[in-house]
Ligand binder design. Structure first.
Ligand SMILES: O=C(O)CCC(=O)C(=O)O
Ligand SMILES: [Fe+2]
Length: 342
């Protein structure tokens, strides 16, 4: 692949005027006009354009040791799935289908998630410093219905989140390949407000459940056709925060479909779960986010200030409008109770 420059400069440092810093660069209507001045390599430009237009981009994972890492990961993780991978006839889909956050104990999973060239690329294309915060390792297809990750992981400002899906073997059509709807990153962003539901302090089997019907409706109305990613081992796909994607049916349960997904956030945002939030009421289920690069917390920030402080130093209406936000202190909660007699 072309060169991915491993440094990150803000648009300001690049001498590019960006009047919309609250949008990721590749999500901005101004991206194509800014791209030329951003000093991107041809490959970076191609990836940026694909993300802007289609909501996803395919690239070769920039790690000379990727094959060796993949083999070590398979050897170490295989015993945890409860499946006999050595038997070609065994049903590989019967056991546990995923391991979350293996990066905490597996140096190769960590190294893939914290790959410096990928972080530099994402930082450049989004206009804020990227960091990985979650890994998922799958030995088979997930067979998940189409969804956007934004109902789980969102940010304020929105869309400062993406996934990188890495093929850890050549993916067979009958192994339940990843699918996605090109261009769906521009469809309406799902929220409880949009589907007429209250979410704060509710519980769900899956955060995706209440939104599934709306996603199906959008796909049907647009007659949208999914594309599948029949990846070669070592190829990766970036999906934008709002791109609809899922796992195709795994027609042959004897096959494996080894893959790693790393989810990334970006600095200077509030990180929260929309499925359990009511944004209009300032009720956010904020997340406690740790960066995989250094294991350190990345606090919820709003324009450089801790989010709680940013909310609390507003006007006198603040207790009512933003008081009972997940992660708030008891003082704000008391203020809210006073304001509403709750
Ligand atoms: O690998 C797949 O089939 C989909 C995974 C996915 O949706 C995710 O990790 O967000
Ligand atoms: Fe997903």
């Amino acid at each position: 692949m072309g060169r991915i420059v491993a440094t990150f400069a803000t648009t300001q440092e690049m001498g590019v005027t960006n009047p919309l810093p609250g949008l990721p660069l590749i999500e901005s209507p101004l991206f194509l006009t800014m791209a030329d001045a951003m000093g991107l390599s041809e490959e970076e430009k191609r990836i940026g354009r694909d993300l802007f237009q289609q909501g996803y981009a395919v690239f070769d994972f920039p790690d000379a040791d990727i094959d060796a890492r993949i083999e070590r990961i398979k050897t170490r993780l295989a015993p945890h799935y409860g499946v006999d991978f050595a038997d070609p006839e065994a049903d590989k889909t019967s056991g546990e289908r995923r391991i979350q956050d293996a990066w905490q104990s597996d140096p190769d999973v960590q190294s893939i998630a914290a790959n410096e060239a990928v972080i530099a690329l994402l930082s450049k294309l989004y206009g804020r410093q990227a960091f990985p915060f979650q890994t998922l390792n799958f030995p088979v297809g997930t067979q998940q219905e189409a969804h956007s990750d934004m109902v789980h992981f969102s940010s304020l400002p929105e869309k400062f989140m993406c996934g990188v899906w890495l093929a850890m073997e050549d993916i067979q059509p009958d192994a339940g390949p990843l699918f996605y709807y090109p261009g769906s990153h521009r469809w309406p962003v799902m929220s409880n407000a949009l589907i007429g539901r209250r979410g704060f302090e509710t519980s769900l089997n899956s955060a995706q459940d209440p939104f599934a019907e709306a996603w199906r409706g959008l796909c049907a109305a647009q007659n949208a056709q999914p594309s599948t990613f029949l990846a070669r081992k070592g190829q990766a796909l970036i999906w934008c925060a709002n791109l609809l994607h899922g796992g195709s049916a795994q027609n042959d349960p004897r096959l494996t479909r080894w893959s790693q997904v790393t989810h990334y956030y970006f600095d200077d945002c509030i990180y929260y779960t929309p499925a359990f939030s009511d944004e209009a009421l300032g009720k956010l289920q904020m997340r406690r986010i740790e960066s995989i690069t250094d294991g350190q917390l990345r606090p919820n920030l709003y324009q450089g200030q801790p989010a709680e402080q940013a909310f609390a130093s507003g006007g006198s209406a603040r207790a009512g409008s933003a008081g009972k936000t997940g992660g708030f202190g008891s003082k704000a909660r008391r203020a809210l109770r006073r304001a509403f007699g709750g």
